[in-house]
Design a protein around this ligand. Structure first.
Ligand code: KIV
Ligand code: NA
Length: 263
């Protein structure tokens, strides 16, 4: 029942069908997710999960373009979103030049940018120049150094009000959907009800119009720690280590390769 997505279908999914988004960074895994997920996000989380850095801030646009090309090549039927990295949309002109570069150098369907009311003018500039934009509000990892850490949002009525204003500003600016990250589920519910575009949650409860998870987190490849909002659908790290251990032991006792694996 796979159906290739576009912004119209994504917007229509609100109150109809829950949207499933997953990250991918390469052609191999993107291919596996292609006909299952509604959207594939080439998240700047790759800077942490793949490049081993402590946060997302040092990812560059050229790196994001490289990974997006791999994902689009592996999953040509997927609706692929490139996560604009830190510092590439600080003003309207930079944002548009960089988003145009993304459209010229990849077949990504859309870009994602972090920010609420403070960045609505930038989203507006992109959408009025024919760039499809997904918003991202709540806990915004690109603000980690300036905020002094990752903080769950929507814990007070005032903060919840601000998040609702952020979501409405992002919608008014023309975004087709918005990620809500690290938000108390009561607040996420109010935010989702306040806008007519789909909200895609991560660490925001089951009240949003869809969910997103980082693939290497949900498949259990990341062993350091498990955030509360992650569910492990596979024990990736364990499975891989068992397999590689088996390989080593087969090499050591010469049972690999076997006769039928020889030329
Ligand atoms: O970079 C990323 O993977 C993200 C999602 C977690 C929303 O921004
Ligand atoms: Na991101």
């Amino acid at each position: 029942d796979f159906e290739k997505m576009n912004v119209t279908k994504i917007k229509k999914a609100k109150n109809n069908k829950k949207l499933t988004m997953i990250t991918a960074y390469d052609a191999l895994f993107a291919k596996l997710f292609e006909e299952i997920a509604d959207m594939i996000l080439v998240g700047d989380s790759l800077n942490m999960s793949f490049a081993g850095k402590p946060d997302t801030l040092s990812a560059t646009l050229d790196q994001m373009i490289y990974h997006t090309n791999a994902v689009c090549t592996g999953a040509p039927k997927a609706f692929v979103i490139l996560d604009m990295p830190f510092g590439t949309y600080n003003n309207e002109n930079d944002a548009l030049n960089n988003a145009v570069k993304v459209y010229q150098e990849t077949s990504a369907a859309a870009v994602k940018i972090e920010g609420g009311e403070d960045r609505a003018h930038i989203i507006k500039h992109l959408t009025s120049n024919s760039i499809a934009v997904m918003g991202h509000i709540g806990l915004m990892p690109q603000y980690v150094r300036s905020e002094g850490g990752y903080k769950v949002r929507g814990k007070t009525p005032e903060d919840t009000e601000q998040l609702i204003k952020d979501a409405i500003a992002v919608e008014k600016a023309g975004a087709f959907a918005v990620v809500i990250e690290g938000v108390m589920s009561d607040a996420a519910k109010k935010i989702s009800e306040a806008v007519s575009i789909p909200t895609i949650g991560i660490g925001a409860g089951n009240v949003t119009d869809g969910q997103v998870l980082v693939w290497s987190d949900m498949l259990g490849f990341f062993e350091e720690f498990k955030p509360k909002f992650v569910r492990h659908y596979m024990n990736g790290a364990e499975t891989v280590k068992e397999a590689v251990n088996q390989y080593r032991s087969d090499v050591q006792d010469s049972s690999f390769p076997a006769k039928e694996e020889e030329y």
